[in-house]
Design a protein around this ligand. Structure first.
Ligand code: BES
Ligand code: ZN
Ligand code: MN
Length: 515
């Protein structure tokens, strides 16, 4: 049952759901997921037979193994598809939503440089292995293919060799499924994937290209396009409001800071869960460390220190596309952390927006300063529940690596909500404790608190510091380890990967009123 969905951003890529058998589907490439050891029975046996035994031969030859991301391109014999792409998924009990998303992205990336405009994807083997079945798989595959097509090399270049193919059409093949609900799920997946890619491009763009003002301009463009209210607070207004921590970080750069505030729904309006949810994202367009300057090695990565801001800006736009009018606030403090004659010095004492006096002992612990004022401001605008996203520490990456985001949250019920949204989105989080006993180690001689504190337990202290600026249910997602990949993976390019975008969208949509 064909169902054409016109899609806003990727006007060129349509999604079609067909409920016929994979051997009846015409495409440039048909993706054939292989769960566990390749066992050629049932439908897979029939696909193999019609391909002239290609898949069996490749498996026997060792070209296709059971190892996840093992892939083989095969000729398709008498099948109407021109080629087959067999993709090993791994063992069934280990297949979760993240796996399905990554497998779809990996299949699209495997076709880099190839002439593919119509890609067909056989969903059944994944639908049989995943809780949620074909509907869940349709969403995750559509999202994965869109994210897999992302090519950061194209931001500043006309042509990129071996870029993932730009598809005209994605055909989801699900014999016996309900085509209408699959098509709706796939459309949601495409929109979530596009939002992640929007966040990635903003994050990947260079610091000489995206200043705080340019990030605000990009947010304005998205707000206009998706019917969001926006307010951009400049340095003068921020000073009048009393955002002393935000100003302290922003003042070192000739590129002035901007506090970007976006909203859907009315001021303070509650969603279906009686929340006014605020998403707050760290927008350090470049983090040199300031006067507490960083070493040169890998400093270029710090153009992506704005990933949190880019993610919340993209997420509120995605929510506006999927469920317009859902009450939601996004606050993105955007600054450049630079050394210079006007920079904050270690030992400077500033007054935060919530009135607390802060001793800035290390100007490289700048994220928590701008987030503190942004969280206070979000509460002033009526937020009842808060989540901040930030490339806050290097320590979190040493603890959890690049696939698991560290999370601080209080109270426990709020953590449950965040955690459940992460599961639905197929993203991994691990909780880090807020150890009250360490608070005295952040005492200052001169002020109420210092921003860095001693090195022991510095990751915990980063969360403890931010907590000083919230009075409502709050979570802090530290994407310092997960925001970008230093080299390509099977499922993602090098660079920013849009992590937490899907989780934030899930969290917000939980409060959407049924259309
Ligand atoms: N943006 C960095 C954290 C970071 C470093 C993220 C490397 C990703 C990769 C942050 O502003 C920072 O400099 N944090 C310091 C904190 C310290 C001074 C307490 C850190 O992690 O070293
Ligand atoms: Zn930083
Ligand atoms: Mn820093």
């Amino acid at each position: 049952m064909p169902l054409d969905i016109p899609l806003e951003d990727h006007a060129q890529m349509r999604v079609r759901v067909v409920t016929e058998q994979p051997w009846d589907v015409a495409a440039d490439v048909l993706v054939v997921p292989i769960v566990g050891e390749p066992a050629f029975d049932g439908v897979l046996d029939e696909i193999d037979r019609r391909s002239g035994g290609e898949l069996r031969a490749l498996a026997a030859f060792g070209e296709l193994t059971a190892k996840r991301y093992s892939m083989a391109l095969a000729s398709a014999g008498e099948l109407p598809a021109s080629r087959l792409l067999a993709v090993a998924v791994g063992e069934a009990p280990q297949i979760d939503r993240e796996t399905v998303h990554h497998i779809a992205a990996a299949a699209e990336r495997r076709l880099g440089g190839r002439a593919v405009t119509r890609l067909a994807f056989w969903l059944t083997p994944l639908a049989d292995a995943l809780e949620g079945g074909a509907v869940a798989v349709a969403e995750l595959v559509a999202r994965g293919v869109v994210e897999g097509s992302y090519e950061p090399g194209a931001i500043y270049r006309e042509t990129v060799e071996d870029a993932p193919p730009a598809l005209d059409e994605l055909v989801l093949v699900a014999p016996g499924a309900d085509g209408t609900s699959l098509a709706r799920a796939a459309e949601r997946g495409v929109i979530v994937g596009e939002g992640a890619n929007t966040a990635r491009t903003l994050s990947n763009r260079a610091a000489n290209d995206v200043s705080p003002e340019v990030l605000a301009d990009e947010a304005r463009a998205l707000a206009e396009r998706h019917g969001l209210w926006i307010d951009v607070i400049d340095e003068r207004r921020a000073a009048e409001l009393g955002m002393g921590m935000f100003i302290a970080v922003g003042r070192g750069s000739a590129n002035q800071p901007r506090m970007i505030v976006m909203r859907s729904g009315a001021e303070g309006e509650r969603d279906a869960l009686h929340r006014h949810l605020a998403l707050v994202g760290k927008g350090v367009c470049f983090d040199s460390g300031g006067i507490s300057i960083k070493p040169a090695a890998r400093m270029e990565e710090m153009k992506m220190d704005k990933a949190g801001a880019c993610t919340v800006i993209a997420a509120i736009a995605t929510v506006a596309r999927l469920a317009p009018g859902t009450p939601l606030l996004a606050v993105a403090p955007a600054v450049e952390n630079m050394p210079g004659p006007y920079s904050t010095r270690p030992g400077d004492v500033v007054r935060a927006l919530n009135g607390k006096m802060v001793d800035i002992t290390n100007t490289d612990a700048e994220g928590r300063l701008i987030l503190g004022d942004a969280l206070t401001y979000a509460e002033r605008l009526g937020a009842t529940h808060l989540v901040d996203v930030a490339t806050l520490t290097g320590a979190v990456g040493r603890m959890l690596g690049n696939l698991v985001t560290g999370a601080f949250a209080t109270p426990a019920e709020w953590w449950e909500q965040i955690s459940a949204a992460g599961v639905r989105a197929g993203e991994r989080f691990w909780p880090i404790p807020l150890v009250d006993d360490y608070v005295p180690e952040m005492d200052s001689w001169y002020a109420d608190i210092q921003n860095a504190g001693s090195a022991d337990g510095s990751l915990v202290k980063s969360g403890l510091f931010i907590r000083e600026f919230t009075t409502k249910p709050w979570a802090h997602l530290d994407i310092g380890g997960t925001a970008y990949f230093r080299k390509p993976t099977p499922f993602a390019s090098r660079g920013a990967n849009g992590v937490t975008h899907a989780t934030l969208v899930e969290l917000a949509l939980a409060g959407a009123r049924p259309a």
